[in-house]
Design a protein around this ligand. Structure first.
Ligand code: FAD
Length: 571
């Protein structure tokens, strides 16, 4: 690549690298501050992991919660984030986030097409910490009529089937939660969503698109941001990967990208904002930094894009890194023919499913947040050597009533409708627990004992080992109709089922160390002039924690705004 001819040098005030939600927000903000800006993207579609995500953003003291009468305060938010993050992140960065997050959400509301609503019942992830709230800090995108993108809709990265009702119908996280927890009226809501989708057949026929006209979750977020960029004529160059950051006198003054195999220089008069995601798609960087074993294919992020290019390019300028051995852990399930694995965010909490290691033993509270659960898989693997993969086990009752990964409840997707190649690859079944254990290579005596013990807990409603269902977060994904504990039910009715869980992630958490202005810091602790990093190519402001749903996108977009604001003040 490097000996390709330089062609058509360009100049802008700001170059943003990567079209996830953070990069797009930064580009919009820079434009609105009077700067000329270009966004360059490696893939031939825009949106990155952000487009396949839930799109939730964790924003303390947001106006939507206030309007709904929910209480929060800057003091409570500060106490909560500090207790979650500990001393792994500089206090100024945390303060910068807490100060700017709600302003960023207001900016979205007032100046862009993106619309959020408060997920009023979505609790913070660590309910026992000071300042935690039982709901109000997570914002959930409203559905977005993506037909306003016109032809540009074809270049929006398609959403993950996991995020769609029946793998095809758009729904908000609030609607998905209502269905998952089987709250009052959920059946009617599902039928209505299906009907609405059917009634829009004419649009799908006219456009030749098979997708829902409405975008939901991360797809709605990215579609709204993209439309807002189109409103402003901000250029987005697809298939234009960053190759190198151009440096002069210790400052970043532009980037080199390739377009159709030709190297092209873009001068950035004010600076470069790196927003190109983490390194989760790069096997050798994973092996260098993350705990073993580790595999690109376990990640739930889009295949082949986030390979740490900005990280490596900035390291060449002497950039410092932090948290490199951390990912946003999330157990994942592989599905034949799908290029990325599916995250198992919520289903572990449904009553009647347990997760065991190769010894047939539970090792964590299945209902705990995905970051902690993923970390527990690694910790238990270090102790036993038998937790990667782990196995989720359930019975015929669970199978009929609840979803698990790509397997819809049996009442919608009976066994006969499961694709043939999924058997013994995604889902294993047997008439007895012993036979099931034999099929998946788990110790049968251990599994039998674990199930007996768990069945006793289901009766009393008390999980004496890991206190599953013991707090408001666990219960958020429990079944409200199951008593006394919405996260516990016996495993007793054959046939029995197992699914394999890998030590996956939804992106890496470590990356370029930045300061409170999102400037990249060098080895001597000084900011590199003109160089900013946001999102997963920077080390997370949340340190090793995940305070609430939206703790990756909220900071990515907030620091996108902070970076643009800081850049605009540079002479
Ligand atoms: P991305 O969104 O991945 O964007 C990076 C972009 O940079 C990509 O488009 C990539 O192609 C591009 N790129 C890479 N290399 C180059 C290069 N050399 N040159 C140019 N461009 C490049 N987080 C939340 O906060 N809330 C949620 O609700 C949520 N739900 C999730 C659900 C799922 C199923 C998954 C997988 C993740 C979820 N996450 C969620 C995590 C979140 O999506 C990611 O952490 C977030 O999108 C990262 O944003 P980013 O901008 O850093 O990276």
């Amino acid at each position: 690549m490097t000996d390709a001819p330089h062609s058509g040098d360009a100049q802008f005030d700001v170059v943003v690298v990567g079209s996830g939600a953070g990069g797009m927000l930064a580009a919009l903000r820079a434009h609105d501050l009077g700067l000329s800006v270009v966004l360059v993207e490696k893939a031939d579609v825009y949106g990155g992991t952000s487009a396949i995500s839930g799109g939730g953003i964790w924003i303390p003291n947001n106006r939507h919660a206030k309007r709904s009468g929910l209480k929060d305060s800057p003091e409570a938010a500060k106490a909560y984030v500090e207790a979650s993050v500990g001393d792994s992140v500089e206090a100024e960065r945390i303060a910068a986030y807490l100060d700017a997050a709600s302003r960023m959400a207001d900016y979205l509301d007032e100046k862009t097409r993106v619309r959020y609503a408060v997920a009023a019942q979505y609790p913070d992830y660590y309910p026992s910490l000071p300042g935690a709230l039982a709901g109000g800090r997570t914002l959930d995108p409203e559905l977005f009529d993506a037909s306003v993108l016109g032809d540009e809709l074809k270049r929006l990265r398609p959403p993950s089937p996991t995020t769609l009702l029946m793998g095809k119908i758009a729904w908000t996280a609030r609607q998905a939660h209502k269905a998952m927890s089987k709250s009052f009226g959920w059946r009617f809501m599902v039928v209505w969503a299906m009907l609405k989708f059917r009634m829009d057949k004419a649009w799908r026929k006219k456009t030749g698109l098979r997708r829902d006209r409405y975008a939901a979750l991360g797809s709605a977020l990215v579609a709204g941001l993209r439309r807002s960029m189109m409103d402003r004529d901000i250029p987005l160059w697809l298939s234009s990967p960053l190759e190198r950051i151009i440096e002069e006198g210790g400052s970043a003054v532009g980037v080199e990208i390739t377009q159709s195999g030709v190297l092209r220089r873009i001068r950035a008069r004010k600076g470069v904002i790196l927003a190109s995601g983490g390194f989760e798609q790069n096997q050798s960087l994973r092996e260098q930094y993350l705990p073993a074993p580790t595999a690109v294919r376990w990640s739930a992020t889009p295949a082949g894009q986030n390979t740490g290019d900005s990280l490596v390019a900035a390291q060449a300028l002497g950039a410092r890194t932090a948290l490199m051995d951390w990912a946003w852990w999330c157990p994942t399930i592989g599905v034949p023919k799908e290029t990325s694995q599916r995250g198992v965010f919520a289903e572990r909490a449904f009553p009647g499913a347990i997760v065991v290691n190769g010894l047939g033993r539970r090792f964590a509270n299945e209902a705990e947040p995905y970051l902690e659960f993923g970390k527990a898989m690694y910790d238990d693997h270090q102790r036993t050597g038998k937790t990667l993969p782990a196995w989720v086990i359930f019975d015929a009752h669970f199978r009929f009533h609840y979803a698990m990964g790509p397997i819809m409840p049996g009442q919608i997707m009976p066994d006969r409708r499961i694709p043939q190649e999924w058997w013994d690859q995604v889902l294993w079944t047997a008439d007895s627990l012993d036979a099931l254990a034999g099929k998946i290579g788990v110790d049968p005596a251990g599994l039998r004992e674990t199930v007996d013990r768990m069945n006793r807990f289901a009766q009393t409603g008390k999980d004496l080992d890991f206190d599953r269902g013991g707090n408001v977060y666990d219960r958020y994904y429990g079944d409200v109709n199951v008593k006394p504990n919405p996260c516990l039910a016996p495993i007793q009715k054959g046939p029995f089922y197992a699914m394999r869980l890998d030590g996956g992630d939804i992106g890496t958490k470590g990356g370029l160390l930045t300061n409170a202005h999102a400037q990249v810091i060098n080895q001597s602790g000084q900011p590199i002039r003109g160089l900013y990093a946001i999102g997963n190519c920077s080390s997370s402001v949340m340190g090793t924690s995940y305070p609430g749903a939206g703790s990756t996108l909220g900071p990515a977009m907030t620091f996108g705004m902070i970076a643009a604001d800081h850049l605009s003040q540079q002479v």
